[in-house]
Design a protein around this ligand. Structure first.
Ligand code: SF4
Length: 580
């Protein structure tokens, strides 16, 4: 991982490839690299779909190694959804492959002069770019099938669907999983629209003939990785809950806590919850797909293995096991309590290349506007198909909840910095409200998952209904998360490292043994702070002020049942999150 591959999509005579040493970005990976490069090289006031934006795709510091669960891929740019900096990351195979091919990052620059669509092949022999007009407006599934026919089944694919080609602000970038299906998405912030604006439909990775990256100190690495694996296996969440039920294990838990946003954030509990819970979903998957089919890894080397497969009523593959946030977005938030419908919506999102959270939130806003009734699954499917078709209505919906709310005159629109809130109501989980409000990314649970401490009792306990301690909790989590997102590690490792100091140490030892470093826990904190500093500076120059670090007014005005509580963390606490 010693070079950066830059592709100028707007060069005279067609796309031009240059490979250069990592240079000033040496020692950075994942989010640290994408955010450093975007904040240094992208003008903060540029148009996100214009010639000056750059799309940076970077594996983490430990991707492509034998370190367990290290295969997340970071995607960074200026976001068409928020107007600020963006890092969205995804599982799947591409991160490991890109790292093994020796690249610290791919940077798509410039803008094509015509509407030719391209595909990029990267293998051990180099890089080849060719027109891909035969892939135009294909869904991600058909795109991958065609590429498989051309390049074989040992590849990994990073691609966009029609939503990305139409440059919708809810468009995602798909990464293929171990079964070569486009199910793992860098979902948030419209990164797919930026890839579409660069005229790139797909990046095909073939790591045949490459080797796993080798550590500077193999013995120390082996020992640290063994302790790392032991730590992940022994924690109740990473060793038992997630492997058994996937992320949807949270549905019952969050509903019970009264923080499950229902009917566009109207209530905190959903009466159809048990029909769409992780337990029900696992039972259904085992019934249809055979016992033990519930979960597996989304990439080689994941030992948590929270991913799974959803089969239709005839036992045929329909989609990957929908994540908790997806089940919530298309389920409880829209009043839908049918797992088959939710799975179909997930499949359509993945195929069109859309963020499931943004689309679920958008459909709920459309329901509030009267375009469909809450609970009407068929109507939700029809609305989503409009997005895939690119009809005028579909183009409105495909640009997310904020645009949809504005167009249809809805006041209750649950967004921060233009990005939809995920599956935890900030009134019943006040710590996550602080993260939603202040994150550099817009409303994003993964930026500082205070749910862990507020609700799950991981990393201590802070009362979810009281304002005290929430700013400090969110600050510490945002710093830690920014560092984790730079390693290539899946964020779910946070459960184990927050509760088990020896597991956190094992992770640091793994990084040190691999790279020949002597990092301490303080250095990891410093890395997280430097990532956030880059991102905050970019956003300030893009025009964001403390007024943007706020939740929509209705979270302070409307109390949420069953706790009958409003979001009550004071503004001064929100403004203190980045004071360290
Ligand atoms: S824990 Fe789940 S999401 Fe994370 S890398 Fe493993 S399978 Fe993928």
């Amino acid at each position: 991982m010693d070079k950066i591959l830059r592709i100028d999509m707007g060069a005279e005579g067609g796309p031009k490839v240059t490979g250069a040493p990592v240079g000033e970005y040496a020692g950075l990976g994942g989010r640290a690299l994408t955010s450093a490069l975007v904040s240094k090289e992208v003008p903060p006031l540029c148009h996100p779909l214009g010639v000056d934006n750059k799309l940076v795709i970077a594996p983490g510091l430990l991707s492509g190694t034998a370190a367990a669960t290290s295969g997340r891929l970071s995607v960074g740019c200026k976001s068409p959804l928020t107007g600020g900096i963006k890092e969205a990351n995804a599982g799947g195979q591409p991160s490991q492959m890109l790292a093994r091919l020796g690249y610290a990052a791919i940077v798509l620059e410039g803008k094509p002069k015509d509407d030719t669509l391209y595909k990029v092949l990267i293998n051990k022999d180099g890089v080849k770019i060719s027109p891909a007009d035969d892939l135009k407006m294909l869904g991600n599934y058909d795109t991958v099938e065609k590429l498989k026919g051309e390049y074989g089944d040992k590849i990994g694919v990073i691609s966009i669907g029609p939503a990305g080609e139409m440059k919708m602000a809810a468009a995602s970038i798909a990464c293929t999983d171990m079964e070569l299906r486009p199910t793992r998405h860098a979902g948030r912030g419209g990164v797919g629209a930026v890839m579409g604006s660069k005229g790139v439909k797909a990046i095909v990775l073939d790591d045949t003939g490459t080797k796993m990256r080798s550590p500077k100190d193999p013995e120390a690495f082996k020992d640290a990785n063994r302790r790392w694996v032991d730590g992940l296996r022994k924690h109740a969440v990473t060793g038992q809950g997630l492997p058994a039920y996937g992320t949807n294990v949270l549905t019952n838990v969050i509903n019970e806590a009264g923080g499950y946003p229902t009917h566009n954030f109207m209530w905190g509990r959903f009466e159809g919850c048990s029909k769409i819970s992780g337990e029900t979903q696992a039972e259904l998957e085992n019934q249809r797909g055979g016992e033990g089919s519930a979960t597996h890894g989304c990439h080689r080397g994941c030992i948590i293995r929270c991913s799974g497969t959803f089969y239709d009523k005839d036992g045929h593959y329909l989609t990957k096991q929908p994540e908790y946030e997806t089940v919530w977005a298309h389920g409880g938030n829209c009043g839908i309590d049918d797992l088959d419908s939710i799975a179909l919506l997930d499949r359509l999102d993945d195929d069109f290349g859309l963020d499931t959270i943004e689309m679920g939130a958008t459909i709920a806003v459309a329901m509030e506007a009267g375009l469909a009734k809450f609970g009407d699954a068929e109507a939700a499917v029809s609305l989503l198909k409009e997005v895939g078709k690119g009809s005028p209505l579909g183009r409105i919906l495909g640009n997310g909840a904020a645009v949809t709310g504005k167009v249809f005159g809805v006041e209750r629109v649950p967004v921060v910095k233009g990005q939809s809130m995920p599956a935890y109501d900030p009134r019943a989980v006040q710590g996550i409200g602080v993260t939603y409000a202040t994150s550099t990314m817009g409303a994003d649970h993964t930026a500082g998952y205070a749910v862990a401490t507020n609700i799950l009792g991981v990393g201590g306990k802070v009362d979810p209904l009281k304002p005290q301690g929430q700013a400090e909790l969110s600050r510490n989590l945002q710093i830690t998360t920014a560092a984790i997102d730079s390693t290539g590690m899946c964020l779910f490792i946070a459960f184990a490292i927050m509760d088990q100091p020896e597991t956190f140490q094992a992770l640091i030892d793994t990084i040190n043994a691999f790279h020949g470093l002597k990092l301490t826990a303080d250095d990891v904190t410093a890395l997280g702070k430097s990532v956030l500093k880059n991102e905050r500076e970019f956003n300030t120059k893009a025009g964001f002020t403390s007024e943007h670090d706020r939740l929509p007014a209705f979270f302070k005005d409307e109390s949420l049942a069953p706790h009958n509580i409003v979001f009550n963390v004071p503004d001064k606490d929100l403004d203190s999150v980045f004071n360290w």
